[in-house]
Write a protein that binds this ligand. Structure first.
Ligand SMILES: CCCCC/C=C\C/C=C\C/C=C\C/C=C\C/C=C/C(=O)SCCNC(=O)CCNC(=O)[C@H](O)C(C)(C)COP(=O)(O)OP(=O)(O)OC[C@H]1O[C@@H](n2cnc3c(N)ncnc32)[C@H](O)[C@@H]1OP(=O)(O)O
Ligand SMILES: Cc1cc2nc3c(=O)[nH]c(=O)nc-3n(C[C@H](O)[C@H](O)[C@H](O)COP(=O)(O)OP(=O)(O)OC[C@H]3O[C@@H](n4cnc5c(N)ncnc54)[C@H](O)[C@@H]3O)c2cc1C
Length: 627
């Protein structure tokens, strides 16, 4: 894609900043841009075009991010509607629906959450009752709480959606299954008969994603609209169960893996903005006879920002590693081999929460590190926070997922104690559970994090067993111990994040130039040292760290900040975000933050006139005592 065409498209996007649009205008504007984005992507994705991969990727970034300070109403089409067809459809269903979906002949979403249930999928109330006489499913929302609520694009954009509904045959429930449902007429876009649609209202973020509600009034769909890869309903109503009922949960695992890489990207954007601004912003005068320093030279500023660079690298390395596992498990599932699915589920239930918890906190820290200008919407830090913090909740609320991971960890530990072998990412649980003497090397600290996880898992299992011995039911024991169950999952997740980051960097280090290797390994060292200091309580309890060791760690941390400082701007420039992607007055490559702040301020509709009409209508009479 030549620069001119991209810029001309960018040019079409130059309209009133989204901040000054109404809720309705924001949506309408994002549809306009999304259509432009997809039309242009499709033209760039012409098979005959020899478009360089990077340009295409860059293009995707430019137009995606330039059009959305928020996300697109098409987001669910790509990230869940299509993956569900792929993962849950039969070959025939995939053949038919993928063509229409990939060509954007139809726009879809993924409707699972209801007004009354989000976490507890087995509690979903939308009914899909099979009628063998007509070979149809009757979709019905029996009560208000059964209305689908939240799906992106559902309100006014999508004309099809995957509906996760409870299957009933001859009065018997067969659990939750995916159904392909047309919700709007393809010509008029009117909701089909028996279908109620609407928008759920303004939110903290995601305000252009068009999250909506959907209610059914005995709406009929043909039998072939149930996605039947994992379970089937025959014409006569015979139900054929899948090999594992959780296979219908497959799209969620996919998105949880996607979210880890998305957090790497979001955090990289935020720290690029904050760090570039910190390089141009000068403030205060610690040395009377010297000019005001760059705020990036304050060590406290380095402490706030450099960990965000390292964390983005860590999430990216873990995401790529997790993708490999996801793909290999997906291939195994395709051949009916299910035994690695629990580990993939447990990993996703650890890494999605930890990456969203850390990214959300660090993006907010990037905003706070930019003073008042960080509070401007034109800085695009608040919006980035709004997008990231949503991921704490969607695709499985973090607490719930950490408890899911704890299920697997408890099972693994109990099995280990009984002599059953441990495998994969839990194999280390069979290792040494004591640290005789603190080892402050990177590998030594990572080993200490593994020991912390072993000790937390074993101790929470003991708590569970003591509660059950005291007569508590397993469910009550589980609930009572749940705070420390999530802590054990977090410890396991930390150990995985650290060890994968280190091992993946080691793999790459061999092919890096010595200077680049040095800088990237400094970030690994910073990441490990930062977390050892953050979790110093656990290190004192389980890893034999002494106060002298802590003192040494603190000094090492300070030296690492100083060592990284000269390369800090280069490290964020290496994320290679164009200005259109950052969409930020503070983060532009040219460093002209003040001019951009003023340019954006002048776009405020209030600045169109020196005196606002309320002066004559209200203020003047008020100040003259006439109101
Ligand atoms: C145009 C530009 C586009 C730009 C896009 C840019 C970026 C986008 C990037 C990322 C984001 C993309 C999209 C997402 C954005 C927004 C959309 C959000 C969508 C949603 O939120 S969809 C709804 C998500 N909802 C959930 O996740 C619900 C969470 N709840 C659950 O998963 C389950 O209820 C539960 C908590 C797991 C419990 O399930 P339940 O059936 O009750 O099981 P249990 O009885 O608890 O038994 C557990 C048992 O089952 C195993 N299990 C559970 N889940 C799975 C699974 N998924 N896979 C495999 N196995 C599973 C578990 O291991 C247990 O086994 P045991 O052996 O221990 O019994
Ligand atoms: C921006 C955004 C976009 C979304 N997009 C979609 C979409 O496109 N499609 C879709 O289907 N859904 C979507 N969702 C919905 C999302 O999946 C749900 O919000 C999420 O699954 C949590 O469910 P809930 O909101 O009903 O909260 P609940 O499940 O009611 O949980 C509320 C709180 O209760 C506590 N809790 C709940 N269960 C447990 C438990 N077992 N143990 C301990 N504590 C518990 C937790 O603190 C939790 O935060 C979206 C949500 C957001 C915020």
């Amino acid at each position: 894609m030549d620069e001119q065409k991209v810029l001309s498209i960018k040019g079409l996007l130059d309209d009133t900043p989204e901040e000054y649009l109404s809720h309705k205008e924001k949506y309408e504007n994002s549809i306009r841009k999304s259509v432009l984005f997809y039309k242009t992507l499709h033209s760039t994705e012409d098979e005959n075009m020899s478009v360089d991969e990077k340009t295409k990727l860059n293009f995707r970034n430019i137009v995606t991010s330039a059009i959305f300070k928020d996300n697109s109403p098409f987001m669910l089409h790509n990230s869940m509607f299509i993956p569900t067809i792929m993962g849950q459809g039969t070959d025939e269903q995939r053949e038919y629906w993928m063509k229409r979906a990939k060509n954007m002949e139809i726009i879809g979403t993924y409707a699972q959450t209801e007004l009354g249930h989000g976490t507890f999928i087995r509690g979903l109330e939308t009914q899909a009752t099979y009628d063998p006489d007509t070979e149809e499913f009757v979709l019905h929302s029996p009560v208000l709480s059964s209305y689908k609520w939240w799906p992106g694009g559902l309100a006014h954009t999508a004309n099809y959606c995957i509906v996760m509904a409870r299957l009933y045959i001859k009065g018997k429930s067969h659990g939750i299954h995916p159904f392909m449902v047309q919700i709007r007429d393809e010509e008029t876009h009117m909701p089909l008969p028996g279908i109620k649609l609407g928008e759920i209202g303004a939110k903290l973020g995601f305000n252009t994603v068009n999250n909506g509600f959907l209610g059914f009034e005995n709406h009929r769909i043909s039998r072939d609209r149930m996605l039947m890869k994992n379970a089937q309903v025959l014409k006569d109503g015979t139900f054929v169960a899948g090999s594992n009922s959780k296979l219908t949960y497959g799209t969620m695992v996919y998105v949880r893996v996607l979210i880890v890489s998305n957090m790497a990207n979001m955090l990289a954007k935020a720290v690029t903005i904050a760090l570039r601004y910190s390089a141009i912003r000068r403030q205060s005068q610690p040395k009377p006879d010297e000019p005001e320093p760059q705020i990036l030279d304050y060590v406290t500023q380095q402490h706030k920002l450099f960990i965000a660079i390292a964390s983005s690298h860590a999430f990216y390395m873990n995401a790529m590693w997790l993708w490999e596992i996801y793909y290999s498990v997906s291939l195994q599932l395709a051949s009916g081999k299910l035994d690695n699915l629990p580990e993939l589920h447990a990993l996703a239930c650890c890494l999605k929460p930890l990456s969203t918890i850390d990214a959300t906190a660090m993006i907010e820290k990037c905003r706070l590190a930019c003073g008042g200008h960080g509070y401007m919407l034109s800085a695009n830090l608040a919006q980035t926070y709004g997008l990231a913090t949503a991921a704490y909740t969607y695709e499985g609320e973090n607490t719930v997922l950490l408890l899911q991971a704890a299920r697997s960890l408890v099972k693994a530990w109990v099995g280990h104690v009984k002599g059953r072998p441990l495998k994969g990412t839990m194999a280390y649980l069979a290792g040494d559970s004591t640290v005789k003497a603190w080892d402050g090397s990177i590998d030594g600290i990572i080993q200490s994090f593994k020991v912390v996880a072993i000790r937390k898992i074993s101790s929470v299992v003991k708590i569970l067993q003591d509660y059950e011995k005291s007569g508590l039911s397993p469910e009550d024991a589980w609930n009572k111990a749940s705070v420390f169950l999530t802590a054990a999952s977090e410890a396991h997740g930390r150990a995985v994040l650290l060890s994968v980051y280190k091992s993946e960097m080691d793999k790459r280090a061999a092919v890096l130039s010595p200077p680049l290797r040095k800088v990237l390994l400094q970030l690994v060292d910073l990441y490990v040292t930062y977390w050892a200091l953050e979790k110093v309580g656990d290190m004192l309890l389980y890893a034999s760290i002494t106060d002298k060791d802590v003192d040494e760690l603190q000094r090492r941390y300070i030296e690492l900040l100083a060592a990284i400082r000269p390369n800090a701007v280069g490290l964020v420039d290496a994320f290679d975000f164009r200005d259109e992607i950052l969409n930020s007055t503070l983060g532009a490559y040219d460093g002209r933050a003040y001019e951009r702040l003023m340019e954006e301020a002048m776009k405020s509709p209030l600045n169109a006139e020196p005196v606002n009409q309320t002066f004559h209508k209200y203020l003047k009479p008020f100040m003259r005592g006439k109101l």
